[in-house]
Design a protein around this ligand. Sequence first.
Ligand SMILES: [Zn+2]
Length: 153
Amino acid sequence: MKPNDSGKGLDTILRAKLLAEAASAAEQAYAPYSGFRVGAAVLGGRGAIYRGANVENASLGLGTCAERVALASAYAAGERDIIAVAVACVDAPQGAPLEQRMPCGACRQWIQELAPQAAIIVPGAERSFTLQELMPLAFSLDSGHRNGRGGLG
Ligand SMILES: [Zn+2]
């Protein structure tokens, strides 16, 4: 499963499938403070889909986003080739602007680190996005030194 070359990213059917997985994952969110449930679905190069949901904490800064949960799950399963990251904010108001449904800055940095080539998929957009579009000149250490199995060197 690789993105097609149409210039629009992943095909419509695959995008819809990943968005459905993300929306389903949001049902498991732990969001008692914000009431804003988010789900994510990460497609690995082996074809597996890894789901995540936001998990909040009474110490508010310790909560984490659905995208990071899903990416961590994918990496914990040994995935290193991430094809796509889909995000579904199921509690966003109907017709909310696209900006309210995009990955936050912290998650964009995680995507930079763990899935820089991934197609980024959000509901209501006609196409997927690249990280370069969402975070030009992203912070990165020289990835040529990474061994791909965790850690530098
Ligand atoms: Zn985030």
